[in-house]
Design a binder for this molecule. Sequence first.
Ligand code: 3UK
Length: 513
Amino acid sequence: PELQFPERLNCAAELLDRHVQEGRGDRLCVQADGVRWTYAELQENANRIAHVLTRDMGLVPGNRVLLCGPNNPMLVASWFGVVKAGGIAVAAMPLLRAKELSTIADIARISHALCDEALRAEVEGAQQKSATLKTLRFFNGRAGAANAADALEPLMAQASGQFQTVDTAATDTCLLGFTSGTTGVPKATMHFHRDVMAVCACWPPHVLRADADDVFIGSPPVAFTFGLGGQVLFPMSIGASMVLLEKAGPPQLADGIECFGATVVFTAPTSYRVMAQQGERLRKTRLRKCVSAGEALTASTRALWKDATGIEIIDGIGSTEMLHIFISHREEEARPGATGKAVPGYRAKVVDDEGRELPPGMVGKLAVQGPTGCRYLNDSRQSKYVSQGWNLTGDAYLMDADGYFVYQARTDDMIISAGYNIAAPEVEEALMQHAAVAECAVIGVADAERGQIVKAFVVLRAGHAAGDAMARELQDFVKSTVAPYKYPRAVQFVNQLPRTATGKLQRFRLHEA
Ligand code: 3UK
């Protein structure tokens, strides 16, 4: 990939203004319930927002702006308004409450906010608790309430639709991404204008290979860099269009794929498992490329989706720290159970605790390097993620003889029991094969004799009774499908598992329980 960028660069100029300047302003850019915007229309809205930010809200380049809302066109227009004005976009997960939002505001020293009216109470609560958050405007208010003094749209109506995008350095920060907190306190990661253009130049053209007529859709919030890339940056980098869904659970996503004629979908493994039940219907749609990230894609989920729809999933591991996907594969190079190979532009290896590269087949820590990388904002945990110039993602992987990287577990989720290394996800996958299991999570718990033992938390499907008999049945079942020493010596039945807003299992909460 071409990764030389000019010294002065604004990613909003590249991803948005360029299409209008080069005569593609009339092309479809954003679709949502009742909305169809061309590139020129998104640009005009973003321009008006940039004026409101600088003229009415006192924003100067470098200010951080909180963006909150479900995925919708005004949220995306706000993102581009902020970046065009030289601000830094800090999108927050729509489910966060006042307390969490104020923590984010204070960590990132956020001064301004553009938020969906639906989240007004939480954002106003955050403003009261925060030392830095001062100036708020709300979009998508109901027509009757649109005269509220802090409504965004009336101010936009008074602003020009023309705005000269602020001339920024390629190495100015344009977004802060908050980690999803599988390990506790959230961290802000800084990404430059150059980083945004770099991720658009690596994975999409070399792995995804979509084109300008593709219609992108997906479930992750735009506040999650998986969603920002997949649903906004990547389609815009090639002049394609995006569909934004405010609610994107499996049923809404399947409906959206059908109604909007989406061709490329981004979602997580659990969503593919549920949508697979609609395979017959999805086969009749225009869907042609399916991307999975966020957690490991098991061979069984890959097979289930392929049987249901005929489509081979493109798996990819990415992280908030790396901005987007760095190990992946083209669909025709899929290898069940493996994540893939380093994305062009990136390098990856498996290392031991001292950072020495391990030979193929050995399990160790995943280390990656490329045009993007981890920069935590004022956080001492930087040195845990970056060592000797390599990013350590916290994942245990092995590389096979053909250079495919095979996920094992989060490094903290490798259970060592009586000298055996046991990857929690492998035990979970075995349990999931049992008809009574709806969901499960496996951790290692301290044990005097074995160091650690394997403990499973299990959510049963309706119609199955918890109890000793079921526990024993599940233990025997695991012993019959994987090496017997991996079976869960402890089984606890629960009603639900603790998850982050992005759907990731919070194993640390199970350890606390
Ligand atoms: C895990 C995966 C196995 C892995 C993300 C794509 O998930 C994203 O970012 P987060 O910061 O989490 C990063 C961690 O999630 N993971 C993600 N994808 C996979 N594990 N196979 C996968 N395909 O532990 C990683 O370290 O929330 C994903 C693009 C952008 C992202 N931010």
